[in-house]
Ligand binder design. Sequence first.
Ligand code: ADP
Ligand code: TRP
Length: 316
Amino acid sequence: MTAQKKRLLTGLKPTGGSLHIGNYFGALKPFLDMYSEYDSVLFLADLHALTTVRSGDELRANSFAIVRDYLAAGFDPSKALLFKQSDVPEHAELAWILECLVTVPFLMQAHAYKDRTAKGEEANAGLFNYPMLMAADIILYDTDIVPVGEDQRQHVEYAREAASKFNNAYGATFKEPQEKILKEVAVVPGTDGRKMSKSYGNTIPLFGTKDEIAKAVMSIVTDSSGERPEHVYAIHKLFRSEDELVNIYEENRGKYKNLKELLIEDIDAFIAPMREKRALITDDVVREVLANGSEKAREIASAKMKEVRQKIGISL
Ligand code: ADP
Ligand code: TRP
């Protein structure tokens, strides 16, 4: 007898920006290594993106791009559900129902809302209600585990609280989900030795051309005071075993250009298959993958909402 797999769910917000190798080793790869061990659900949180994105063309482009990234990096839609949030109107419907169960002061505690208002800016009502849409995303699918970065921990707590408020009011209906905080296995350093981050401009693009990779690698800051160029080495060990590297760096002591050229070859050998795969993923492929996923997601979500509508008394 095989135990039923736990349900894992996570959302990707299509707000733009290209992925870098720090995102890959810190977030994408840990997710790709784990999702097929669960009954996994991954979706494009396009309604959430509306809290910030103000251009239809931009949202569409971001949506295609992020799905393409995941497929090219190895996400297999035959092993998990992949769909688009806005294709499943039950998310927005349940969000409204949950909003009616929580108070304004409770939502005012949300970090995203507090940060916005602390800057003296006015938050839109979508941002204010963001945690209840996210709670709906999660609890609609009887989710057990939500793998997220530390910044999303509070949102999963909100989802638990929303499930519990509903269950208290109407009887046991929703599972209370648990966050699984993805600790960065290791912080990937950027070309200047600081954490690789798009905000520092020190990135190596994940789907970059060989020229782009070369440009980034050649800009790695080398410091001649030590035994070896540490910033080059720190990135290199993501792509080649340290056993091999120790010898290579020993043989090329002081020859930073050789070492950088080898690093370019190693990164390109790693990225090229993903980059080539990505180029073959057309908009139609993305549309088809999402359409298949959305159909299955709707089956699950509509069965759950039938129960909810009955319990809250809107189904007559
Ligand atoms: P950025 O710092 O470039 O803005 P994000 O904050 O968008 O990156 O990060 C998205 C995901 O990628 C997060 O889960 C984050 O932990 C991971 N990540 C980003 N940069 C790195 C890095 N340098 N090393 C490891 N993981 C990273
Ligand atoms: N808020 C998440 C983010 O900004 C995206 C998201 C939306 C999400 N709904 C979700 C993540 C449900 C996990 C589960 O990254």
